[in-house]
Design a binder for this molecule. Structure first.
Ligand code: ZN
Ligand code: MN
Length: 152
């Protein structure tokens, strides 16, 4: 998907990744280290496939399913947030802070956005006898880049 390459790479020393894994009780393995490091460096929203493709040259023994299972365990531990859109593949979001997404229907770019407060759905939920666990908005449209392309 969309990787915003930033200078975050410099901010994540080897020790930081190890500390994060240990903090959530995950044993430090080269695979976990490589996958978590990749997520922290590229931020954004990655599928298991995305990560597999970018690390398999350096880690040829890692399979897509290993990457997927590792991401699942990261998600359970709260290191990443798993999100799905429609019937698409799970994406793993480096941003674990509560937020919403704008999805570009042309290029698939996902952009995070924040609202000062969550919409209050208490009365709606009560009416439907629905127990809300979480609420994430997915806004569809066309990103600035694709609008420019369409104009030219
Ligand atoms: Zn776009
Ligand atoms: Mn996000």
């Amino acid at each position: 998907m969309c990787f915003g390459v930033t200078t975050m790479a410099l901010a994540h020393s080897e020790n930081e990744v190890v500390t994060m894994l240990k903090a959530v009780g995950l044993r430090v393995t080269p695979q976990r280290d490589a996958i978590l490091r990749h997520i922290l460096v590229y931020r954004g929203h990655s599928s298991a496939d995305d990560i597999y493709r970018s690390i398999h040259e350096r880690w040829p023994n890692i399979s897509v399913s290993t990457v997927y299972n590792t991401l699942k365990s990261f998600s359970e531990a709260g290191l990443v947030k798993e999100i799905t859109f429609g019937d698409g593949a799970s994406l793993f979001d480096a941003n674990t802070y509560p937020h919403h997404h704008m999805l570009c229907v042309q290029c698939g770019q996902l952009t995070d956005f924040y609202l000062p407060e969550m919409p209050d759905l208490t009365s709606v939920a009560k009416e439907l006898c629905f127990q809300i666990d979480e609420c994430q908005l997915e806004v569809r449209g066309v990103c600035a880049n694709c609008q420019d392309i369409m104009k030219s």
